[in-house]
Design a protein around this ligand. Structure first.
Ligand code: FA5
Length: 370
């Protein structure tokens, strides 16, 4: 029976019932890992293929070993199976990472690297210059956040923040999100207790800032948000949003359109066009989604814009009178607009990155390109 067949069976089904047999079984998997990592067929595949085959959360070799050999192991075999599993996981991580093709590196950086490596090899020769440590740089998400902040700072907006551990009141009630709204469900929201959540968006800071400062108000609110979303290529359970809020006398939808159109041209390039279409958020009325003409094909239609020529980039709308009231602002006298966008998604568009998970893996070969 091949290893790939064996991992579909439990230890009991394989009639493995003592520690030495568990060790032998894992040794077999490690031998298979050595062979598999060398297999030339992975060379022609995208770099993630081998990694996913061994390490993906679902249905990978490690996931099946975990499920069938570790989780369902009888009590007396758990310690040995656990130890062996950790050893296998470490080896698989080391091998699968090595297999990743080196990401494209700027030639200048490649030169610096090889210089450092040469120096490191020649530590005994005291006449050679010392080993120079590579300089760090900002994370791509930080780059993009600062770039967006700069555009709005230039328009006279101030930066605000608020707590990530937030009350149900500010996260939902103050924003006019009713008890029955699906986003309040604990499938979508991470609750700390019945009255406290990890904020699901940056919008709760709207009402906090209104209470604190009153009108007029022109603020930008960057920060981390949390949702019970399964990680995939466009979702992370922890991600960054930026919220914009303007409250003043005589603010209209035209101000919102003008500001966001200006922002899109500054951020994505002067040729970018914007289009607004109706949407729904409980805390804005009317609400809209903003789409930009596809920055990859100029609106002609391509794979990225799914041949539609437009990419949705944020939610927005006129602040609901009820929300102004919760913030202690008189909706008869003042009006406002707000928007919210996902920073990682902007970084993905800006740098042409197709997997959000790359932002969180701390792989220096990825990070040093920014
Ligand atoms: C909101 O969160 C609204 N608060 C936005 C808003 C603010 C509308 C003010 C009107 C006025 P939405 O759920 O669509 O809307 O999230 C906004 C953005 O966050 C999305 O477009 C997406 O870019 C990003 N986002 C949402 N969930 C995730 C996730 N799991 N991983 C990464 N980005 C996410």
């Amino acid at each position: 029976m091949s290893i790939e067949e064996k991992i579909l069976k439990t230890l009991a089904e394989l009639q493995v019932n003592e520690a030495a047999a568990v060790e032998a079984l894992f040794a077999e998997v490690r031998r298979f890992l050595d062979e598999d990592a060398q297999d030339p067929r992975w060379k022609s595949e995208p770099p993630q293929t081998l990694r996913n085959r061994w390490l993906a959360r679902n249905n990978s070799i490690l996931a099946l070993v975990d499920e069938n050999w570790l989780k369902s192991a009888p009590k007396e075999l758990k310690p040995v199976a656990g130890r062996e599993f950790n050893r296998l996981k470490k080896e698989a991580q080391a091998k699968a990472v090595l297999q990743l093709e080196p990401l494209a590196i700027h030639p200048q950086r490649a030169k610096e690297r090889s210089g450092v490596e040469r120096n490191a090899l020649a530590v005994d020769d005291l006449t050679l210059p010392g080993v120079r440590r590579a300089l760090g740089s900002f994370h791509p998400v930080t780059h993009v956040r600062r770039e967006i902040e700069d555009i709005f700072l230039g328009l006279g907006f101030a930066i605000e923040d608020g707590p990530e551990i937030e009350s149900v009141y500010y996260n939902f009630d103050a924003l006019n999100i009713p008890e029955s709204h699906p986003s309040r469900d604990d499938w979508d929201t991470l609750y700390v207790d019945a009255q406290t959540v990890l904020r699901t968006h940056t919008s709760p800071v709207q009402v906090r800032a209104m209470e604190r400062q009153g009108a007029p108000l022109y603020i930008l609110i960057p920060g981390l948000c949390y949702r019970r979303d399964n990680p995939d290529s466009t979702h992370s359970p922890v991600f960054h949003q930026i919220e914009g809020l303007a409250v003043d006398t005589h603010i209209t939808f035209a101000d919102l359109k003008g500001t966001l159109d200006f922002f899109a041209r500054k951020f994505f390039g002067e040729k970018t066009r914007t289009s607004f279409h109706p949407s729904f958020f409980p805390f804005t009325e009317p609400s809209g989604e903003v789409a930009i003409s596809c920055i990859f094909c100029g609106g002609e239609g391509c794979r990225v814009c799914k041949h539609g020529g437009w990419i949705e980039v944020m939610g927005c709308g006129m602040v609901h009178p009820e929300v102004l009231r919760h913030g202690g602002i008189d909706p008869q006298r003042y009006s406002g607009w707000a928007f919210g966008l996902g920073v990682e998604r902007y970084a993905m568009m800006k740098y042409g990155i197709d997997d959000i998970q790359l932002f969180y893996q701390s792989d220096v070969r990825f990070l040093e390109q920014f």
